[in-house]
Write a protein that binds this ligand. Structure first.
Ligand code: 5GP
Length: 197
């Protein structure tokens, strides 16, 4: 009965408003908890200076992205601030079959699609310490042009209001603390129960 005693591998979704610090939390987890399987999304957005193709995202053009949609190769996808983002289905399903914890960093629309397709997924909302702090981070991060910042700010209120749809909220007050809390949430779904024998 050994393996049957283990709960089914759970997919965890990390979502939250743009600028809340999802990327920083993910970077810490990448460095410190290599056992966590991080899904690499496909996007049509332009690559930022510090990004590496195949690590942070797979960068694609619109027609390549549309081929992935048509071929059923994305678990979910969404348009965000004028760009397309999607989760490749193959790696996620493979890891889950092998019982490995999988973490997706996706936007609210994607989280809703995962909720509908896989109700057993754990949805974690990364919240800012305050709305003012979120807006300050969005304007200050220096990676986006004015129009992009405006679109991300407009989207932030809608994203903040979605917190109640999530199973758990983690407040990103300190990135290290938030990453530890998230990792403990991932780990807790994979504890092997004590065996009777
Ligand atoms: P950014 O351009 O700042 O890297 O990401 C913009 C937004 O797209 C973020 O909220 C991010 O979580 C979301 N995102 C990244 N990858 C995916 C994905 O595969 N699917 C969906 N639905 N959203 C994604």
């Amino acid at each position: 009965m050994e393996d049957d005693a283990r709960p089914a591998a759970r997919l965890t979704v990390l979502s939250g408003p743009s600028g809340v610090g999802k990327d920083s939390v993910i970077e810490l987890i990448r460095a410190r908890s290599p056992w966590v399987r991080l899904s690499v999304s496909v996007t049509t957005r332009k690559m930022r200076d510090y990004e590496v193709d195949g690590v942070h995202y797979f960068f694609a053009d619109r027609s390549e992205f549309e081929r992935l949609i048509a071929g059923g190769q994305l678990l979910e996808w969404a348009e965000f601030a004028g760009n397309l983002y999607g989760t490749p289905r193959g790696p996620v399903e493979g890891w889950l079959r092998e019982g490995e914890p999988v973490l997706l960093k996706i936007d609210l629309q994607g989280a809703r699609q995962v909720r509908a397709a896989m109700p057993e997924a754990q949805l974690v909302f990364l919240a800012p310490p305050s709305v003012e702090e979120l807006k300050r981070r969005l304007v200050g991060r220096g990676t986006d042009d004015e129009e992009t910042i405006r679109r991300r700010l407009a989207h932030a209120d809608e994203e903040l209001a979605a917190e109640r749809e999530f199973d758990v909220t983690v407040v990103n007050d300190y990135v290290e603390r938030a990453a530890d809390e998230l990792v403990s949430l991932l780990g807790s779904s994979f504890l092997t129960p004590l065996r009777a024998d």
